[in-house]
Design a protein around this ligand. Structure first.
Ligand code: ADP
Length: 712
C-alpha cells in the first residue's frame, strides 16, 4: 500500500485557499458586473436626461427673465402721462424742450423702479431724443448702435446683448402709440445682463463640469454672448470655434431641443451636450457637461467597492486559512500517524510474505522430498488411519494388492492391527519411541523392513506415526545365498582337503608301492587344483569387483590359450572328449591373457562338471564381424530358459533338489561375465535341457601388433 503523501494535505490547503479567493473574486465580479452594467447604462441615460432637463429649466428661466424685462419696458412705455406728452409733441402742441423736461424727470423715476434697468432712451418719431437716463447710446458717440436701435419698430423686440460703455447690456425696443393707435415714438430700455449671467452660471443640476452657453448662429457662424463660466476672462460676442458648440447652436437656433453625446477624441474629453431654443428670440442655449461627470463618483464608488471586495476576499482567505490550518494541521498529524502505521503494516506484510514464501518453499521441498523417497512412507493417525502416502508407498500398495488378492496391502505395510510385532502402533503410542521390525508377504515371498516413528504434539502426546517400509527381499536372498555360499565353500574346501589329508596320512602310515603312490599323489594334485581354482575364483572375483586387480591388456593369440586350458583338463579328466576347433589365420585379440585363460578354464570346468562321462566338449574360436567369438560346447544337462540370465549372478546355483549337480559355489560364471565385460565383450549361452549347452563370449580384435606375451 503506498504511503499517503503529507504534502498532499499542504497542497490541498493551498488549493482550497486559492480556489476560495478565485471563486469569491469571480462571484463578486459577476455580481458587480451584472448589477453595475444596467446601472452604468441608466447612469448614462440619467446624465442625458438630467442635462436635457437642465437646459429646459434654464431656457424657461431665461425666457421668464426676458419676458420680465419686456414687461418692465412695456410698463415704462405705458405710462399715460408720458404717452400723452409724446402725443402732444407729435401734434406739435408741445415743444421739444417741454417734452424733454417732462420726460427726463418721469423716465428717471421709471428707471429707478427696477435695478436691472441700466439705462433708457426715448425717441420721438422724428428721431429726436426725448428723454435719456443711465446708460444709453447717442448718435454722436455710438452712431452704429444708435442708428440700429432708432429704426422705427412695429412691436416690442429684444436686441442681442451688446457692449455699451464697457458693459454688456440687453436692449428692449418698445414702440409707443397714441391713444388713436398712431406711432408717436419708441422706448429703448437697456438692461444689465448680470441676472442673465447668474441664471446661466448657476451650476445646480449640472455637476462641477457643467457649462452654459448663450448665443446664436447668424450666417453659419455661432456667436457666444458671454463666457460660459463665471470668472473666465470676460469676452462678449465671441465667434465660437468649437464645432460641437457650433452644431449645438445651429440646432437650437433652428428651434430644436435635444441632447447628444460626443465621444472622447484622442486629445479631448467626451461631452454630453444639451441644446434648446430661447423662445421669442433667435437665441439658443447650449449646456455641456463632462460625460464622466456623474460616472466619476460612481467610478469612485465602484473603485472603493472593488477595494472593499479585495479586502474582504483577502480577509476571507486569511480567515479560511485560519480555519483550515488547525483542521488540516490535525489531518497532517493523522496522516503522519497513518504513514507510520502504513510503513509498519507494509513491513509486516513483507515479513509475512517472506515467511509465507519460505513456508511454501519448505512445504514444496518437503513434498518433493517425501515423494522422492524410494522407501514406502505413510503417515497415520493414532487410530491407524492413513493420512498421507508417498508415491513409492502407493505403488507398493498397488503392487501387493494385485499380487496377493484378498490381503490388505495397507495392513501389511502400515498397520499393525493384524501384527503383534515390534512396530505396532499400540506399542508406539505407549512407549513413544521409534520402533522397527521385519514383515513378510503372504507365502513368504517378499520381505520388508518396517520402521515406525512417533509424531508428537506440543503436549508431548503421540498423535500418529510415520511408517517407513523398505523392501529387503533381495538383501535377504543375498544373505541366504552368502550363508549357502559359506557352507558350500566350506564344504567344497573340506572335500578336497579331506581327500588330500586322507591320502597323505595313508601314505605316511602305510608302506605303498610306487605305482600306488603315483595314483594317490595324482588324486592329491587333482584335489589341490580344484581347491586352488575355487579359492582363486573367489578371490579374483572379490578383487576385480573391488577394482583391485588391474587388467594388463596386450595383443594376444586366442588359440594357444584354448590349448592351454583344454590341455590342463585333458590331464585331470580323461572321462570326457575334449576338442579344439580353431579357425586358420584368426586375428589377434586385445586382452589380458591370464584373465581370459581363467574365463576359458571356468567354462571348460563347468562343461566337464555338468556333462555326463563320455560327453564331448568342444572349444572353438572364430572371427565374427569385428570381434573374436569363443565358444565352449558340451552335451550336458542343459539349462532351463528361466535360469539362463540368473546363472551369471554371484553365488547363484541352479536349485537341484535331486542333487544331480555336483558341488560348486556359483562364482565361476559371475567371474566370466565380469572379465568379459571389462574387455568390452559380451557373454551369452544357447542351451537345450538334457541336450547340452554352448557358452559364447566375444573379445575385441587388436590392431596390427605383435604378440606380447604368453600367459603362465
Ligand atoms: P558353480 O559351478 O560353482 O556352481 P558357476 O557360476 O560356474 O558356479 O555356475 C553356476 C550354475 O550354472 C551352476 O551351479 C550350474 O547349475 C549352472 N551351469 C554352469 N555351467 C553349466 C553347464 N555347462 N551345463 C549345465 N549347467 C551349468
Amino acid at each position: 500500500m503506498p504511503a499517503f503523501p503529507r504534502f498532499a494535505i499542504q497542497g490541498l490547503r493551498k488549493k482550497i485557499l486559492f480556489c476560495s479567493v478565485i471563486y469569491t473574486l469571480a462571484a463578486l465580479l459577476i455580481v458587480s458586473t451584472v448589477s453595475t452594467w444596467p446601472l452604468l447604462r441608466s447612469m448614462r441615460h440619467f446624465e442625458e436626461t438630467n442635462l436635457l432637463h437642465a437646459v429646459q429649466t434654464r431656457t424657461l428661466a431665461v425666457e421668464e427673465y426676458l419676458n420680465r424685462i419686456k414687461e418692465i419696458t412695456l410698463q415704462i412705455g405705458s405710462r399715460s402721462q408720458l404717452r400723452r406728452a409724446l402725443d402732444h409733441y407729435a401734434q406739435q402742441r408741445w415743444s421739444l424742450d417741454r417734452l424733454r423736461e417732462f420726460c427726463d424727470l418721469r423716465m428717471g423715476e421709471a428707471r429707478q423702479a427696477s435695478s436691472t434697468v441700466r439705462g433708457l432712451i426715448r425717441l420721438s418719431t422724428d428721431g429726436h431724443t426725448v428723454a435719456q437716463n443711465g446708460l444709453y447710446p447717442t448718435a454722436d458717440r455710438n452712431p452704429e448702435i444708435f442708428s440700429h436701435l432708432s429704426r422705427p419698430a412695429a412691436a416690442i423686440y429684444l436686441v442681442d446683448p451688446f457692449v455699451l460703455q464697457g458693459e454688456l447690456v440687453l436692449a428692449v425696443v418698445n414702440p409707443i402709440f397714441s391713444f388713436e393707435g398712431a406711432p408717436i415714438g419708441q422706448d429703448i430700455v437697456f438692461f444689465s445682463t448680470a441676472k442673465l449671467q447668474r441664471i446661466l452660471w448657476d451650476k445646480s443640476g449640472m455637476g462641477k463640469t457643467g457649462e452654459s452657453f448663450l448665443g446664436k448662429t447668424p450666417k453659419n457662424q455661432a456667436v457666444l454672448f458671454f463666457p460660459g463660466r463665471k470668472g473666465e476672462e470676460e469676452t462678449y460676442n465671441q465667434d465660437i470655434q468649437s464645432p460641437v458648440l457650433t452644431t449645438a447652436f445651429a440646432l437650437s437656433t433652428a428651434g430644436k431641443t435635444g441632447v447628444s453625446r460626443i465621444d472622447p477624441s484622442p486629445n479631448g474629453k467626451g461631452l454630453v451636450v444639451a441644446y434648446a431654443p430661447i423662445g421669442g428670440t433667435a437665441w439658443g442655449l447650449v449646456l455641456t457637461m463632462d460625460d464622466r461627470e456623474f460616472m466619476a463618483p460612481l467610478r469612485a464608488r465602484i473603485a472603493s467597492l472593488a477595494a472593499s471586495v479585495l479586502l474582504l476576499t483577502a480577509l476571507g482567505a486569511f480567515g479560511m486559512g485560519a480555519i483550515l490550518r488547525p483542521m488540516t494541521g490535525r489531518v497532517l498529524v493523522y496522516t503522519r500517524e497513518l504513514d507510520n502505521l502504513n510503513q509498519e503494516l507494509q513491513q509486516e506484510v513483507k515479513e509475512r510474505q517472506t515467511a509465507e514464501n519460505n513456508l511454501r518453499r519448505s512445504e514444496n521441498q518437503w513434498e518433493q522430498t517425501f515423494e522422492a523417497i524410494t522407501d514406502a512412507v505413510a503417515i497415520v493417525d493414532s487410530s491407524g488411519q492413513i493420512l498421507k502416502m508417498n508415491r513409492a508407498a502407493s505403488s507398493l500398495v498397488r503392487e501387493l494388492g494385485s499380487a496377493y488378492p484378498g490381503n490388505d496391502a495397507h495392513d501389511l505395510l502400515f498397520d499393525s492391527r493384524h501384527f503383534r510385532d515390534d512396530c505396532s502402533l499400540e506399542q508406539l503410542l505407549r512407549e513413544k519411541e521409534p520402533r522397527c521390525c521385519e514383515r513378510t508377504s503372504p507365502s513368504n515371498e517378499r520381505f520388508f523392513h518396517v520402521a515406525l516413528y512417533p509424531l508428537i504434539d506440543h503436549a508431548n502426546e503421540v498423535w500418529g506415526g510415520v511408517y517407513v517400509t523398505h523392501e529387503i527381499t533381495e538383501r535377504k536372498k543375498m544373505e541366504w545365498a552368502k550363508d549357502e555360499m559359506i557352507s558350500a565353500v566350506s564344504h567344497e574346501m573340506r572335500t578336497p582337503l579331506t581327500a588330500i589329508l586322507g591320502f597323505v596320512e595313508f601314505m605316511l602310515d602305510n608302506e605303498v608301492d610306487r605305482e600306488q603312490q603315483i595314483d594317490f599323489l595324482r588324486t592329491v594334485l587333482q584335489e589341490t587344483e580344484r581347491l586352488n581354482e575355487l579359492i582363486s575364483n573367489f578371490l579374483d572375483l572379490q578383487r576385480l569387483q573391488a577394482e583391485i586387480g588391474q587388467y594388463q591388456f596386450a595383443v594376444v593369440e586366442i588359440c594357444p590359450l584354448l590349448e592351454q586350458a583344454v590341455g590342463q583338463f585333458r590331464m585331470t579328466s580323461q572321462k570326457h572328449i575334449l576338442q579344439i576347433e580353431c579357425s586358420e589365420g584368426l586375428p589377434l585379440a586385445k586382452a589380458d591373457a591370464r584373465r581370459i585363460l581363467q574365463v576359458i578354464k571356468n567354462l571348460v570346468s563347468n562343461a566337464v562338471k555338468y556333462s555326463p562321462e563320455g560327453g564331448e566338449i568342444v572349444c572353438a574360436a572364430r572371427q565374427e564381424g569385428g570381434m573374436l567369438l569363443i565358444s565352449v560346447r558340451d552335451q550336458g544337462m542343459g539349462i532351463a530358459l528361466a535360469e539362463r540370465e540368473r546363472i551369471f549372478e554371484q553365488f547363484y546355483r541352479i536349485d537341484d533338489s535331486e542333487k544331480r549337480i555336483p558341488g560348486g559355489i556359483g562364482l565361476g560364471l559371475a567371474l566370466v561375465r565380469e572379465v568379459v565385460r571389462a574387455h568390452g565383450g559380451r557373454v551369452w549361452l544357447e542351451s537345450e535341457v538334457g541336450a547340452g549347452s554352448t557358452f559364447y563370449f566375444s573379445l575385441p580384435i587388436a590392431a596390427d601388433e605383435q604378440v606380447d606375451s604368453e600367459p603362465t
